[in-house]
Structure formats: C-alpha cells, structure tokens
Design a protein around this ligand. Structure first.
Ligand SMILES: [Zn+2]
Length: 299
C-alpha cells in the first residue's frame, strides 16, 4: 500500500508577505514541515488507520474561552483518535466520543468549555480491521472511496454547515476580501454560525460534547472492495465542490498520478485567480488545505 499526503497553511496566515510562495509539505518529496503551529488541519496515519481534522477558523478578535487555541485542539484530538484507533477495537463512533471527552478533560480546569466559540474540528476516520474498511465523517471534510468496479467514487461529506451558512452569508459575500467591511462581516458570520453549532436543526462538529460523535456519518465496506481512499479538508476539496474545476474522479486521478501537492497547487491557482472572492464567494481567500491519498494495492 502507499500513503501520500500534503498539507499547507493558508498563504498569508503563516507569513505576512502574501506574495511569497509557501512550501507544501509532501512526504513523497521531503520530511521538512511548515510550522504546524500555523496550520489548523491535522493528518495522521498508520498502515491501517487514517485521521484528518480541520479546525474551525476563529477570526482575529473573536472570543473562544480557550487559552490553547484551535491548533492545539486539532493536534490533541487528532493524535488521541489515532492512538484510539490503533489500541481500541471499539466502533469509530465510540473512539471519537472517548477522544472528545479525553481532550475536554485536558483543559476543562483552565478554559471555559461552555463558551459557544470553544475550539472545534471536522473529523474523518478510516480504519482497516478484520477484512473491513470502517469510516466516519463528521462535518464538511470530504472522504472519497474508490470502490472496485464503480465508475464514480463514493463521496462522504456532511455539508449541513454550508447549507446553513448560505442563509447567513449574503452580506459578507457582497464585500471584497481584504476590506475592513469584509473582516467585520466575517466575524459577525462566524458568531452567527456559533448559534447553530451542535444544536438540533443546525450542524454537528467535534468540540466538547462526546455525544456529538453519534451525529457522524459512518459505514463499513469489505476492505478488498476499496481500491483507494482520499481524505480532503474543505481547503483542498474546494477545487471540486466550490470552484468546479475538476470532478471527484479527476481529483482522484490527480492524487494518484501527480500527488497531493499538485492538487493543492491547483487550489491555490484557482484562489489567486479570484483573490477578492467576487466570482466564487467564500469566507476566506485561502484556507488551510490538506489532501491525503491511500492506495490499497490494487493498482
Ligand atoms: Zn483550552
């Protein structure tokens, strides 16, 4: 089998000079890493377990009640889940619930975990065990499964957060990225979305409450039916689901033949061609982007 991934913080966040080309971390090329402090995505893998998290962005000036921050939250939860998946034969839902609880216990005495803006993250977990491939998706990161004999990949993603977002983002979408008005509108949008977070009728994301794990999309397939899996944060999946510059099948082909770094390069190219967000309205010009590709050996 072969696992490749690339992850890159949003340009401009890790370096004030937005014109400077940022380095993509791609384990097929190099073991050097961009500073993970700046990247709120997380990917980790063993030969049989894969985890991707995308920390929910907190704009400057917004309160969160947590002194640790979103980056700390995703690294803590991501590493806890990977450990759970390799040590525990329980269901992925149980492992996620235990992970959310364990991370809450790391900072509940120091931080206000009742704050509506406490750090949160999307979650994808994939595990191969006893001849099966189990998967779990919470919120809007995208899992693609390339199933043997099927033309189109299976796409697993819960995009409720985006459907709810569309009802509240019209003011923000009319403003050019980088303007003071857009910064203010984005902060208001993020605060409005918090009212819908982990509520009935809203959207579900890992934060403080272990019961949120039960809102995940889950499934199991015979492992030998899955040729490959791709895990994408929304900063990478936007090549397909926002910019519509590729199909999911084409994205899988790029991942297999050119590598995850190339997929992210194409995302950055599309973002730079619409840097004020006028053609493709979005919360931020750039987002942290992570793409992982796991080929299970039926090449
Ligand atoms: Zn904290």
């Amino acid at each position: 089998m072969r696992i490749t991934f690339a992850t890159e913080a949003a340009p401009g966040r890790q370096n004030a000079d937005a014109d400077k080309t940022t380095d993509t971390t791609d384990i097929t090329d190099t073991l050097d890493s961009t500073d993970s402090e700046d990247n709120e995505d997380f990917f980790g893998a063993t030969p049989d377990a894969f985890v991707l998290l995308d920390g929910a962005g907190t704009p400057a000036g917004a309160e969160t009640g947590c002194v640790h921050g979103v980056g700390w939250y995703v690294r803590s939860l991501g590493s806890t889940l990977l450990a759970g998946m390799t040590q525990d034969s329980g269901t992925l839902t149980e492992i996620l619930a235990n992970g959310i609880k364990a991370v809450a216990s790391l900072h509940h005495f120091l931080c206000d975990l009742t704050h509506p803006g406490s750090p949160s993250a999307t979650v994808i977990m994939v595990r191969r065990m006893a001849g099966n491939l189990d998967f779990l998706v919470l919120s809007d990161s995208v899992l693609l499964l390339d199933v043997v004999g099927e033309e189109e990949p299976t796409v697993v993603c819960d995009d409720r957060v985006n459907r709810i977002g569309r009802a509240h983002r019209s003011a923000m979408d009319t403003l050019a990225h980088g303007s003071a008005e857009h910064v203010t509108a984005r902060r208001e949008y993020v605060e409005t979305m918090r009212d819908h977070r982990n509520r009935e009728g809203g959207f579900w994301i890992a934060a403080v409450d272990p019961l949120t794990a039960e809102r995940s999309l889950t499934g199991t397939l015979p492992a030998d039916r899955v040729r490959a899996a791709a895990l994408l944060s929304d900063g990478a999946s936007r090549l397909v689901d926002l910019f519509e510059l590729a199909t999911w099948r084409e994205a899988l082909d790029v991942l297999e033949h050119s590598g995850p770094g190339e997929l992210i390069r194409r995302v950055r190219e599309a973002e730079n061609a619409d840097s004020d967000g006028s053609r493709r309205p979005r919360t931020k010009t750039h987002d942290d982007a992570t793409a992982a590709y796991c080929l299970f050996g039926r090449g």
